[in-house]
Design a protein around this ligand. Structure first.
Ligand SMILES: [Zn+2]
Length: 104
């Protein structure tokens, strides 16, 4: 068993090695070797070993990074900018815009 400080950098509760890590929080816990492997294998968790003699957490600067934003859905180049219509071709789209949105 070793004492580690685990930071959950994701916005979700993560359970690894029989421990629960609340989102965006650091938890100091005793953990077994196999539990440690699970924790270090998890991309959401950052583990640092706590020095047993002093109980001092080594100063490791880490930044809490929120999960990357989901990529914006790519705009269909044949989608009409004025309504939900999606053309089958550039010509079709242009014809649609001429007919349906003549004022644009
Ligand atoms: Zn349209």
């Amino acid at each position: 068993m070793r004492q580690i400080r685990v930071t959950n950098v994701s916005g979700e509760v993560v359970v690894r090695g029989g421990r629960t890590f609340p989102p965006y929080q650091s938890v100091t816990t005793m953990i077994s070797k196999s539990g440690m492997r699970e924790v270090t294998a998890c991309i959401h968790l950052r583990a640092e070993e706590v020095l047993e003699q002093t109980g001092v957490v080594p100063k490791v600067a880490f930044v809490l990074e929120p999960e990357p934003e989901p990529q914006a859905v790519e705009v269909d180049p044949l989608a009409c900018p004025h309504c939900d219509y999606v053309g089958k071709s550039e010509r079709g789209l242009k014809a649609h815009i001429r007919q349906m949105h003549p004022e644009e």
